[in-house]
Design a protein around this ligand. Structure first.
Ligand SMILES: C[S@@+](CC[C@H](N)C(=O)[O-])C[C@H]1O[C@@H](n2cnc3c(N)ncnc32)[C@H](O)[C@@H]1O
Length: 210
């Protein structure tokens, strides 16, 4: 049975070969130092509600849950949701992680329900950037924190620059100034910058709701 988010599924969710190639990349997607760093920065507290958009295999979700936060991990990919669904069973407190079908453009959460929103290496997949920021603005609680980070393969200092520099060509261009302005339009205090996080160049947008 399909669902309304299936149209956002990508090639890696469809063929057997591509699924195998994702499994081969498992070490990177399982324990990503970048996700750990993102969670360290947004610093979710015990009992807070965290939304991980494009959670994939859940490196940020499990890190946030290990601090006692309640995490909703959304992803349009059934494959990713299955992997994370299995992974959560092996966490100290599996009940802290809920895995749901969802996309940035349509977040399956009520208004004002989320203290922290994070997305790691997912923005370039969002087909409707304006709609996605509007959705984040809808679900965030007052004084909520948002941290969106995408690796910057266009930076020659990125170790994968040679092979990945055209990564965004057929996807959404991640322009931190544009995303920052979109958040400001919803009344957030926001900054967008290109920095190095856990040793790789990234495009980063940090936004705080009033
Ligand atoms: C490169 S992976 C990153 C996964 C994880 N955040 C990590 O750092 O390992 C990007 C994820 O975004 C998901 N995705 C694709 N389109 C999306 C959308 N419109 N909204 C949210 N997530 C999306 C993909 O299914 C994939 O799992």
């Amino acid at each position: 049975m399909g669902n309304e988010f299936d149209r956002y599924r990508h090639e890696h969710d469809k063929g057997v070969r591509t699924k195998i190639s994702w499994l081969l990349k498992l070490p990177k997607f399982w324990n990503s130092p970048l996700s750990k760093e993102v969670i360290r920065i947004v610093d979710p507290q015990k009992g807070e509600n965290v939304l991980d958009i494009g959670a994939g295999m859940g490196p940020a979700s499990v890190e946030a849950a290990s601090r006692g936060a309640h995490v909703v991990a959304i992803d349009p990919s059934r494959f990713m949701r299955t992997v994370l669904g299995l992974r959560r069973q092996f966490q100290k407190n599996p009940g802290l992680i809920t895995v749901e079908a969802g996309v940035a453009e349509r977040i399956p959460l009520p208004e004002g329900s989320t203290d922290v929103v994070c997305a790691v290496n997912a923005i370039h997949h969002w087909t409707d950037l304006e709609g996605s920021i509007e959705e984040i603005a809808r679900v965030i609680a007052p004084r909520g924190r948002v941290l969106l980070v995408d690796e910057d393969f266009t930076d020659p200092k990125h170790p994968k620059h040679e092979t990945h520099h055209d990564h965004e060509d057929e996807m959404t261009k991640v322009d931190v100034e544009v995303i920052k302005s979109l958040f400001e339009g919803w009344g957030f205090e926001a900054k967008g910058e290109k920095v190095s996080l856990s040793g790789v160049p990234v495009k980063l947008v940090e936004a705080n709701s009033q």
